[in-house]
Design a protein around this ligand. Structure first.
Ligand code: BTN
Length: 252
């Protein structure tokens, strides 16, 4: 119940055979005031998994990684909170790149292999004044699941044909999270997180189609703003435009 070769992440690991949502358990631990940064709550069977924008996250028991990490990024001003999301996405993506070179981050923080979603991330921040008091990062990473009812999902097994040991993979992901979080904390290396995020960004520098206000548009992703908006340059326009989550849709 502790990972040896990390500095912050997984020094304390709480394993629950089954629970409603690891993000909710993490929130209860934070509320009780007993948490140490880097504490991980992991389960084999999540009964009421939550996804982004009020969706649910369903995953086969015992086949994938389902966990939440508690952070105390009090060094990050609220205006920079997207950086934590970037660091976590970069960590999970770089872990996946060990198996599949074409792993990427679909803005803001879905992890894809090819066009299939291999991992979802749900970050819940608690703000105190102008600082982030704590953040709970929930990660659902599809490892051994062989079939999905939802459209564009994939797993490392489907991509590589190999069944992986969940405990070993959990330790590997935590090492990536640890490295990226340490990079984020250090003013001299935080820039590498932004660079790696852009270098992994799905659709970056490639012509893609988007749905904007009901209209199909062609353009390319040119970056993200520090507030976490996606920058898109439409083919028939000269300037980048910034979009929030509800403002633009990808067309596959
Ligand atoms: C998404 O919609 O893509 C985000 C999915 C996040 C799922 C993870 S699984 C562990 C943690 N607990 C939850 O209830 N959700 C997150």
């Amino acid at each position: 119940n502790s990972i040896q070769d990390t500095v912050i992440i997984g020094k304390k690991v709480i394993y629950l055979p089954s629970c409603h949502s690891t993000n909710d358990i993490a929130a209860e631990i934070v509320q009780a005031g007993l948490f140490a940064e880097g504490t991980v709550i992991i389960t084999d069977q999540q009964l009421v998994g939550r996804g982004q924008r009020g969706t649910s996250w369903n995953t086969n028991p015992g086949e994938n990684l389902t966990f939440s990490v508690i952070f105390s990024p009090d060094f990050l001003p609220v205006s920079e909170q997207f950086l934590l999301s970037q660091a976590i996405a970069v960590a999970v993506c770089s872990y996946c790149k060990n198996y599949c070179a074409d792993a990427s981050v679909k803005w803001p923080n879905d992890i894809l292999i090819g066009q299939g979603k291999v991992a979802g991330i749900l970050i819940e921040n608690s703000i105190q004044g102008s600082r982030i008091h704590h953040a709970i990062a929930g990660i659902g990473l599809n490892i051994n699941q062989a079939a999905f009812s939802a459209g564009k999902a994939t797993s490392l097994f489907l991509e590589t044909g190999s069944v992986l040991n969940l405990q070993e993979e959990f330790v590997k992901v935590c090492r990536h999270l640890d490295q990226c979080y340490l990079a984020l904390k250090n003013p001299q290396t935080v820039g590498t997180i932004r660079e790696q995020y852009i270098a992994s960004l799905f659709g970056f520098g490639a012509k893609r189609r988007f749905l904007l206000e009901g209209e199909m548009r062609e353009g390319e992703v040119t970056g993200v703003t520090s507030q976490g908006k996606m920058l898109v340059r439409f083919t028939d326009e000269l300037q980048d435009r910034a979009f929030g989550l509800k403002e633009i849709e990808w067309v596959w």
